[in-house]
Design a protein around this ligand. Structure first.
Ligand SMILES: [Zn+2]
Length: 71
C-alpha cells in the first residue's frame, strides 16, 4: 500500500515478528524496536535508502507527533 508522509510518497510494508532480526529505532517515539517485534517499514518511493522502521502504534499516530505540523 502506498501513502504519504511528510509530503513524500511512501510504501508501507509489514514486517512479521520472525523477520525482525535486528534492533531499529522508531522515529515516532525514539525507542528501540527489538528483534522479534512485528513492525512497519516505511519506504520513500523516490529514496528507498531512507526507509525507516516504525512501531505500528507510532505510525498510526504519526500526525500527532509531527513537529511543526504542515498544512
Ligand atoms: Zn515507536
Amino acid at each position: 500500500m502506498s501513502t504519504h508522509w511528510l509530503d513524500t510518497d511512501v510504501e508501507v510494508r509489514r514486517i512479521q515478528p520472525f523477520r525482525a532480526t535486528k534492533t531499529y529505532v522508531c522515529p515516532g517515539c525514539n525507542q528501540d524496536i527489538t528483534p522479534g517485534t512485528g513492525h512497519l517499514v516505511v519506504v520513500p518511493i523516490e529514496a528507498p535508502d531512507l526507509r525507516r522502521h516504525w512501531h505500528h502504534a507510532c505510525w498510526a499516530h504519526r500526525d500527532r507527533r509531527r513537529p511543526g505540523r504542515l498544512r
